[in-house]
Design a protein around this ligand. Structure first.
Ligand SMILES: NC(=O)c1ccc[n+]([C@@H]2O[C@H](COP(=O)([O-])OP(=O)(O)OC[C@H]3O[C@@H](n4cnc5c(N)ncnc54)[C@H](OP(=O)(O)O)[C@@H]3O)[C@@H](O)[C@H]2O)c1
Length: 293
């Protein structure tokens, strides 16, 4: 029976990976208390103790703005830890599955980004995630790195849940309308990962993995309020430029990723983001009847 080690078990993706892999073999799911990615000996002990065939690393320092003031910690977790995981994976001939980000790009391209496009992260989070990709590649073992974007789920901290909270509390929400990307559900990521892992070990490398189609944060918010059931009207949503919403971390204007390599290599496609959103709303018991999009 194959053994799967899931790290970051309590995060958005970690929760969905546990469900997606529950019948794939023996699953060992560890949270921060059992495997602290800021501590190299904790990482090595967790991998050696689990002796996995596949490591699924869903743990990361994901607080994009806070990373600007905690660059060393973010680099330990996002940059150095993946390299240590890759070394341990290589020693035990395990496959390492790791997740990276659209924020490795600077957003200056108008078309969707492909895997070989030059990286140039604008913020600390993106720099640390890029360092993680490179450290995994340098370790020389078997790996799959999936770059994804704008992750949401019915659990944890994410834009969907923030909108559902603020949309009740405030009469108006001013949401950035000049950053483009693809909202991606943790569920869709986990199911696609299972399909690819089940297919075997070939084709290591970096792949883009996001839901299909694109929008802006404003478009995402509008769609949430069009589809989510409410007792009283949701907040009005007003689109604003990024310049009117200053934040510690700069974000790319276009971080839409092309999923063509994922499809041509593995035959895997994620759903359109609006369908994934509906599914998350249904899980939350909040999917309304058909409304304006
Ligand atoms: N969220 C996004 O919009 C987004 C976008 C692009 C790429 N990604 C990537 O997708 C992957 C999954 O992200 P996600 O959205 O599922 O993130 P998430 O919900 O923030 O979960 C991250 C998990 O990592 C854990 N963690 C943080 N520091 C740790 C440490 N030192 N040791 C062990 N665990 C630690 C967190 O534990 P605690 O619960 O204890 O904090 C949390 O459970 C990550 O690689 C992320 O970089 C995410």
């Amino acid at each position: 029976m194959r053994r799967f080690l899931i790290l970051g078990a309590q995060g958005q993706l970690g929760i969905e990976l546990q469900s997606a892999f529950q019948d794939a073999g023996q699953v060992i799911a560890l949270g921060r208390a059992d495997c602290d990615l800021s501590n190299p000996s904790s990482i090595r002990a967790a991998v050696q103790g689990a002796s996995p065939d596949v490591i699924l690393n869903a743990a990361a320092y994901t607080a994009v703005d806070r990373a600007e003031s905690e660059p060393e910690l973010a680099m330990r977790i996002n940059g150095e830890a993946p390299g240590i995981l890759a070394e341990e994976a290589k020693k035990s001939n395990a496959l390492l599955v790791h997740y990276s980000t659209d924020y490795v790009f600077d957003g200056t391209k108008s078309l969707p980004w492909v895997e070989d496009d030059p990286t140039n992260p604008l913020n600390v989070y993106g720099k640390t995630k890029l360092a993680g990709e490179r450290n995994i590649q340098q370790a020389g073992g078997q790996y799959l790195i999936f770059r994804t974007s704008w992750v949401f789920s019915p659990h944890g901290n994410n834009f969907l849940l923030t909108m559902l909270r603020l949309g009740r509390e405030r009469p108006e929400l001013r949401i950035v309308d000049d950053q483009r990307g693809a909202p991606t559900s943790a569920l869709a990521l986990a199911l696609a990962t299972r399909q690819i892992v089940d297919a075997g070990r070939g084709n290591p490398g970096i792949y883009h993995m996001t839901c299909a189609e694109e929008t802006t944060w404003y478009g995402f918010a509008r769609n949430i309020f069009a589809r989510a059931r409410a007792e009283k009207p949701w907040a009005q949503v007003v689109g604003i430029p990024s310049s009117e919403y200053p934040s510690p971390a700069e974000r790319p204007a276009n971080s839409v990723l092309s999923n063509a390599k994922l499809k041509s290599t593995f035959g895997v496609e994620l759903p359109i983001w609006k369908s994934a959103l509906e599914r998350a709303l249904r899980t939350l018991g909040m999917l309304g009847c058909d409304g304006p999009q």
